[in-house]
Design a protein around this ligand. Structure first.
Ligand code: ATP
Ligand code: LTN
Length: 332
């Protein structure tokens, strides 16, 4: 039974490629922990993914695989609501409403829009610009208390709060004002090849990032090749970006402090340390990959789960959308 006393959580992830160790440590691992304490709703944000050009067959496969991965990670469809964004049309409908309460000027300040329009200069479409209104709709439909995201999404959370406050200011209390929830550990995993940049699945250097579904051999090879420095001492240091990053990853997985890690590798070389980090990552990801391989095989079961998830999500979404539409003056 649903426990109405529990605080609520909502988050989404785009199906825009292979999810990385950065996505896992920065976002997804938190989702799993939050299931214990909160009433959670998580979605695959496929509508957001088409703000950059996607190949249809590939997009379809990625939506399936991202949903399967959420299950493999341990998100439980009995306990949490798991669905695919485009299956709940209220997201697009509320996004349109909210876009009429969002100013061109405030939208123009979004740094993700600036970054992505520079990266995709041949396709600076209106959807890419209006992206935060859709994200605000994703959130406000479910009245969550908390929205767990990586640090890069904070600005989108702030605009969501501004839009909600503006709407409530005109029409009364329609939307709950959500709080961002940003993890302390693993919030920023860096590239293994250039540890001054964040680990990103869109990085062309395949050795720079680890996919959650990489094989143990691939993971070990990438860690063995990870860029470090010439000091050969495993400790945090201002200029030791590579080692700092490896310590951060090892710490996020094992729960050990950086001092404990330094003590553990005293007198040992970087080679040993890289092997240990690689092995810790392999063991952390192994059960996820094994479960994923089972889950992705059963398309029928997957379909049943995402359909049931959408039906459950839509019950809440319809309620919020109707309330907002009524307030604006639509005939329902
Ligand atoms: P890209 O790497 O293609 O720029 P992305 O992985 O940053 O995309 P999303 O898939 O939208 O973009 O990210 C999903 C979540 O993972 C977000 O909450 C984001 O903050 C988090 N995240 C992404 N990369 C990292 C990273 N290197 N370290 C920590 N968290 C990350
Ligand atoms: N923009 C987010 C993905 C996203 C999201 C959301 C996150 C879409 N809708 C609603 C939290 C809540 C991203 O790029 N990580």
């Amino acid at each position: 039974m649903e426990n109405t006393a529990k605080k609520t959580v909502l988050s989404c992830i785009q199906p825009s490629g292979m999810l990385t160790l950065g996505n896992y440590l920065g976002a997804l691992k938190n989702w799993i922990n939050m299931q214990e304490e909160f009433d959670c709703t998580f979605a695959v944000a496929d509508l957001h993914a088409i703000t950059v050009r996607q190949e249809p067959a590939k997009l379809r496969a990625q939506i399936h695989s991202t949903f399967a991965l959420l299950l493999a990670l341990g998100l439980d469809p009995e306990r949490s609501t798991l669905f695919i964004q485009s299956h709940v049309p209220e997201h697009s409908q509320l996004a349109w409403l909210l876009s009429c309460y969002t100013q061109f000027g405030e939208m123009s300040r979004m740094t993700q829009f600036k970054d992505k329009s520079a990266k995709h200069a041949d396709n600076v479409n209106v959807g890419l610009f209006a992206y935060p209104a859709l994200m605000a709709a994703d959130i406000l439909l479910y009245n969550p208390d908390f929205v767990p995201v990586g640090a890069d999404q904070k600005q989108h959370l702030e605009i969501t709060r501004d839009i909600a406050n503006r709407f409530n200011g005109i029409y009364g209390d329609v939307f709950k004002i959500p709080e961002p929830f940003i993890a302390k550990t693993g919030a920023r995993v860096m590239s293994l090849q250039d540890p001054t940049k964040k680990m990103s699945k869109s990085d062309e250097n395949l050795n720079s990032w680890v996919a959650i579904l990489d094989t143990p051999d691939d993971i070990m090879r990438k860690f063995k090749r990870a860029v470090t420095d010439s000091e050969a001492r495993v400790c945090i240091g201002e200029e030791k970006h590579g080692i700092n990053n490896l310590i951060g990853i090892y710490s996020a997985i094992t729960g050990k402090s950086s001092d404990a890690i330094t003590a553990e590798f005293e007198g040992k070389g970087y080679g040993d340390f890289k092997m240990a980090v690689g092995e810790a990552v392999v063991e952390e990801l192994r059960p996820i990959r094994e479960r994923y391989e089972q889950i992705i095989k059963d398309k029928k079961q997957l379909e049943e789960l995402y359909k049931a998830g959408a039906a459950k999500a839509e019950r809440t979404a319809i309620r919020t959308l109707s309330k907002a539409m009524k307030k604006v003056g639509f005939v329902l």
